[in-house]
Design a protein. Sequence first.
Length: 183
Amino acid sequence: MDSLYIDKVLLGDRHAFRYFITTYKDMAFSVALSLVKTEHLAEEVTQEAFLQAYLSLPNFKKQSKFSTWLYRIVVHCAYKTMQKKSIEMVSFEMENHDILFEEDAINNLLQVEQRQIINEALIRIPPNESLALRLFYLEELTIQELCEITGWTTANTKVLLFRARKSMYMTLNNLIKGTYYGT
């Protein structure tokens, strides 16, 4: 399906690029967020990556999947933004309010809490480890595709995934203890 829309865009149909934005915006944002750690900057990175992908589409050689190529652009934009803005980690918390109670409100709250804890853990672990986990587990990319996107070697990718799982485990443990026991 991607190649059909690539051809449309290359033939001058600018509106056909919406397909890529709609299809890949969430994961592109997630990849950006894993590196820059703030939603505002992740939005900027995602927007810049889609703009660069649109402008560079004639250079896409179709040797890999479009998503792999796009995520590589997102990673590059994120690293560039991190260097340019010399990102400093700042903790930001929002209070939950106006919760709509339904029949299964408890289950919804548990799912939201799980997502928040996982996202918080991904923000707290090093950027490369967060990126590796998001791409490998959330996007379900292979080791080889992860290497193509990041430019890492296969051995380095495997080591990073091992360290990332370990960091994630330790961070989740600390977050859960802190959430329930106030430490």
